[in-house]
Ligand binder design. Structure first.
Ligand code: PNS
Length: 161
């Protein structure tokens, strides 16, 4: 049986931290769907299409990655592709409360889908899309933080503002 996992997120934009989790998850599952979903507490900088394209470019060397988006509940997407697992990254203890909340909610909604956490490599434990946007906005160097296509896209966003 093919093992399918969903790696959900806002990915606004994808960072090396996300890529680390996706790469490691792709070694464990036969197929990983990296899915752009709506987080109602965030106002994204990039459109869903832009975010998907940046994920596609950044994961082009990982053959078992599928990039998609979904308007709705994560568990409904997971069911629609017969995924048995959700993968989330954990950077620090501060992530835990939020992750516990969404994991518990997803389990109430669909008890047969398991959430697996992958500890982010220490090198990226401070990294978030928000902090990258902040640094990029003021012209700081983000080359160690995001893949090249993301760096270019951020530069374009902030110079065209
Ligand atoms: O990268 P993020 O913003 O931490 O990802 C959060 C995300 C998008 C995975 C979460 O908000 C989500 O699953 N949104 C889809 C709607 C949903 O299923 N909500 C119920 C669980 S909170």
């Amino acid at each position: 049986m093919t093992s399918i996992a969903v790696c959900p997120g806002s990915f606004d934009p994808i960072t090396f931290g996300h890529l680390d989790i996706i790469t490691r998850g792709a070694k464990v599952f036969d197929q990983i769907h990296v899915v752009v979903l709506n987080n109602s507490s965030k106002s994204p900088l990039f459109s869903v299409e832009e975010r998907m394209e940046l994920i596609r470019q950044s994961t082009k060397d990982i053959p078992n990655v599928v990039v998609n988006s979904f308007q709705g509940l994560l568990v409904d997407y997971a069911k629609s592709i017969k995924a048995s697992a959700i993968i989330r990254g954990l950077r620090a203890v501060s992530d835990f409360e939020y992750e516990m909340q969404i994991t518990s909610m997803n389990r109430v909604l669909e008890e047969d889908i398991e959430t697996f956490f992958i500890m982010t490599n220490n090198q990226y434990s401070f990294l978030s899309s928000s902090i990258v946007k902040e640094v990029a906005k003021y012209g700081g160097n983000i080359s160690e933080l995001v893949p090249l296509p993301v760096r270019d896209a951020l530069k374009e966003k902030y110079t065209s503002e």
